[in-house]
Design a protein around this ligand. Sequence first.
Ligand code: ADP
Ligand code: MG
Length: 366
Amino acid sequence: MNESVVLDKIVKTHGLVKAVDHVSLSIRSGEFFSLLGPSGSGKTTILRLIAGLDHPDQGDIIIQQRVVTLDPPHKRPVNMVFQHYALFPHLSVFENVAFGLHMKKERQTNIQNAVSHMLALVRLQGKEKRLPSQLSGGEQQRVALARALVNRPVVLLLDEPLAALDQQLRQEMQGELKRLQREVEATFICVTHQQDEALMLSDRIAVMQGGKVLQVGTPQEIYDHPVSSIVAQFIGLSNTLSGTIASCEGGVCRVDHEVLSSVLVMCSPHDPPQGAVTVMVRPERVHVSSDMSINGYDNMLSAVVHHVAFSGNEVVYHVRLRDKAIWMARVPIAEAQASSFAIGQPVYVHWRAMEGLVLPAHPASC
Ligand SMILES: Nc1ncnc2c1ncn2[C@@H]1O[C@H](COP(=O)(O)OP(=O)(O)O)[C@@H](O)[C@H]1O
Ligand SMILES: [Mg+2]
């Protein structure tokens, strides 16, 4: 597949802040690529550099095999949808979408056709004459998308496109975004700080922190094989235990902890970890029981129920381990109804060695 956008060792500072710190990325044609990271990690700055709204201090930006590092925005085959839509409040839906085509002095019939096509694509037919203030948040977002896509960009940049929407609309629009991307066959580069959104929408994700890219991969690669505990925590692996490798044999390590019992975790037999490590266990893999030993589990730690949270189809137990760390266990509702635990109750958490993940405690920075 062709490369659509290449960032080559990009550095961008704002005063004393290194907003983007030697970032290299290669984004493929037609890909849904997400930049995922906490607030302040440099995501918006990267989009602005690709759009040409800012220029890097160092490095190059290549779009469709052409170096565009210092080109102004209108010389790039790129459009951006901003976090707060930035619609013209005094223009109708139709005029908002037509604006870019008017600026390019397109013929009236072309404008009419292109805008109608786009409004159909974002499912806003019949609302052409409304002002933005007469639309819901989701509809305003669709206008912003239509306005960006009507120019037929090769690359669409989306800055937290769904952040202003409530939960239900957000989920609806996630599906819409994916459908739109397939229909217009453009490269979408989407910024988000929501891991579930990135995992659901993206072909590939770059996880960012402090202006650096920590990992690039498919959602599955990042979820199953995070390169560091920072990445793992960022995508929802919240149960951690810090310890030291005591032994590694045949792909199973024993990790000793200062206070808690030792735990077993699978590791690569060819490249076993050494020294200080972090063991991580997904909340959906942790089994809570009042029994100390259960067949089939390799690990057991004693704990006390600290908090119980109910959601539609599961119960999340927050339990306090003897070292005071809080772990979470997600239990399907049917299972939780069969055996429930109360706050303050002593319990045991169990999990299998193959369901833990062992990562260096202090990853080499990349
Ligand atoms: N125009 C600016 N002037 C000064 N600092 C800025 C400017 N834009 C961004 N920054 C700083 O650069 C860092 C990265 O910002 P940004 O790219 O907006 O992050 P994100 O979009 O991931 O939240 C932050 O520390 C932010 O405060
Ligand atoms: Mg931002």
